[in-house]
Design a protein around this ligand. Sequence first.
Ligand code: PLP
Length: 247
Amino acid sequence: MTDRLAELEASLQAVRARIAAACAAADRDPSEITLVAVTKTFPASDIMLLSQLGVTEIGENRDQEAAPKAAACAAAGLSVRWHFVGQLQVNKVASVVGYADMVHSVDRLRLAEALGRRARDAGRVIGCLVQVSLDDAGQPDGGGSAGRSGAGRGGAEPAEAGELAAAIAAHDSLRLAGVMGIAPLGQPARPAYARLRQIAETVRAAYPGAQVISAGMSGDMGEAIAEGATLVRIGTALLGGRPPLLR
Ligand SMILES: *Cc1c(COP(=O)(O)O)cnc(C)c1O
């Protein structure tokens, strides 16, 4: 066993233990939680090792990095599922639909339209999550688009979630899978994830197939699981630290 494989195996065990503890505290079954390993800034070789350890749901946030890694893994015969979790520009959509199985960051109508059209052209069906901004409008730097662009996390306003869900559901080439949110920096995560859970319930009421709540990262997976997350996106706790600014 290589050193890196042993390292990843140990961190995977620790992450699984944290998920199990959070599930026990919330009276949930760990089998309800999908673990997505966010491998941005780490090499494709780490993805190959993770797949040996049984982690086959892989998250990336930039097409420029994800596309070559997906190609390398496919060339190596690896069967993993790709989650695109970063803010997505329309001019990258054609590339992303070539490898992504799920896009977590659908936060505006124009992006939903582009995904629908490009996925159809590629003959693929892509899972989509409506990304909702969880910034608390009552907090400084929270709320409207200024706070959003400043923080760079993206996300539609909660009031727009229904319209976006409908736009995704209107495409045969897209599958409305649920919602995604990122807790605002410097604010308690749990109330933010509680708001996401409410939005998820509204979307599910209209679209029963939209069961995914993508919430929780290395620092706040417990809070997210307490508020109903079904998918956690874990980078640092699995793979180690990244250079600053590449969040
Ligand atoms: C990087 C990233 C993660 C993982 O963050 P960690 O704190 O390293 O676990 C999760 N979600 C998104 C959208 C990310 O960009």
